[in-house]
Design a protein around this ligand. Structure first.
Ligand SMILES: Nc1ncnc2c1ncn2[C@@H]1O[C@H](COP(=O)(O)OP(=O)(O)OP(=O)(O)O)[C@@H](O)[C@H]1O
Ligand code: SF4
Ligand SMILES: [Mg+2]
Length: 331
């Protein structure tokens, strides 16, 4: 089966410029060789520490950024080979939503105008636009009378719904959600997540869900990709990643998830990573995680480990010495 979206060897390097002549003195390898596949109707989460390249990957997927290198195949078609007109049509099929959509919404626009804008831009408003806006508001759980109000009159959770209605206006097939619930209270987070799941079932949407919050990721994902310094170190189904992580970095991330326990006990061993994330302008040789890895050996500095299933656990990890640990956290 052809996947909805497939990326191969995706790179995004930002030039570092200095001096009066803005000479390039280096580059930030924000995304440095990412392969991903997303099927219709599934949620793939991208997780990893701040600065590992999640947002840059998300922006590349929806073509808000041009890749330095790599192939993006949408339903099997290479986007680079499409004409401008074909590309414009395809681009409507993938949309992105950020943590606080209000930041990108004009305070002078009503909810009706905000949701209608993508339809107007694409010349699709004249034909049934007002009905479509009403339908979109209803889809995300807002009432028709909300359409005459301004975004700042709404709570964070409701603003997220307005952003969602706007993102859905052009019938996308894939939504990149960049930290969509991070700024919300826990109870509101749950409502927005449930809403997203309901919409996915109803519309067959695929999500790329970017988040720091592994508890939320565990709730929403079908598959998970763990990023470290611009590349994917482990990927698999939710159960693979949460119950049988084989990469030391994944194990460390999972060990930090709080486990609710009525007696307040948490007897799991917490893995504390030494040192900071190295700069993406000068990543370590070999395995990028080696400067913080408690299992590192000489070969780790010499050879970059490929993202493969070395030990037959059914999902790949980029480590020379992967292991199946005792269950961490549970799926
Ligand atoms: N436009 C840009 N120009 C230069 N460097 C950039 C640019 N955008 C991102 N970067 C750098 O690329 C790296 C990856 O950034 P990115 O925003 O993708 O990380 P992230 O995983 O989304 O982090 P966070 O969890 O904090 O949102 C960082 O080192 C960042 O500083
Ligand atoms: S390859 Fe080596 S340094 Fe990298 S994660 Fe595995 S053991 Fe650690
Ligand atoms: Mg980000």
């Amino acid at each position: 089966m052809t996947s909805l979206l497939k990326v191969e060897g995706l790179h995004k390097h930002f030039p570092i410029r200095r001096g009066v002549f803005r000479r390039q003195v280096g580059e930030i390898r924000a995304v440095d060789g990412v392969d991903l596949e997303i099927d219709t109707g599934e949620t793939l989460s991208l997780v990893g520490e701040s600065g590992c390249g999640k947002s840059t990957t998300g922006r590349l997927l929806v073509r808000l950024l041009e890749p330095t290198a790599g192939k993006i195949l949408f339903e099997g078609a290479d986007l680079a080979t499409l004409s401008q007109r074909e590309l414009r049509a395809k681009r409507q099929a993938f949309q992105i939503m950020f943590q606080d959509p209000y930041a990108s919404l004009s305070p002078r626009m009503t909810v009706q105008e905000i949701v209608a804008e993508p339809l107007r831009v694409q010349g699709r408003y004249a034909d049934g636009g007002p009905d479509r806006v009403r339908e979109l508001l209803e889809l995300v759980g807002l009432r028709p009378e909300h359409s005459r109000r301004y975004a700042h009159e709404f709570s964070g959770g409701q603003r997220q719904r307005i952003g969602l209605a706007r993102a859905l206006a052009l019938d996308p097939r894939l939504l990149v959600l960049d930290e969509p619930v991070s700024a919300l209270d826990v109870s509101v987070q749950a409502q927005v997540i449930n809403q997203l799941r309901g919409l996915q079932d109803r519309l067959g949407l695929a999500y790329v869900f970017i988040s720091h919050n592994l508890s939320v990721v565990r709730h929403i994902s079908h598959r998970v990709a763990v990023m470290y310094l611009g590349s994917i170190v482990e990927t698999g189904t939710r159960a693979d990643i949460f119950s049988a992580p084989t990469h030391p970095y994944t194990q460390a991330l999972l060990s930090a998830i709080p486990v609710p326990d009525p007696a307040g006990r948490d007897e799991r061993e917490r893995i504390t990573l030494a040192g900071d994330v190295p700069s993406p302008s000068n990543p370590p040789s070999g395995c990028r995680f080696r400067t913080r890895c408690w299992k590192a050996q000489d070969v780790c500095a010499e050879e970059a480990p490929a993202l493969i299933d070395r030990i037959g656990v059914g999902h790949p990890s980029a480590c020379h010495f992967p292991e199946v640990p005792a269950t961490v956290g549970g799926a």
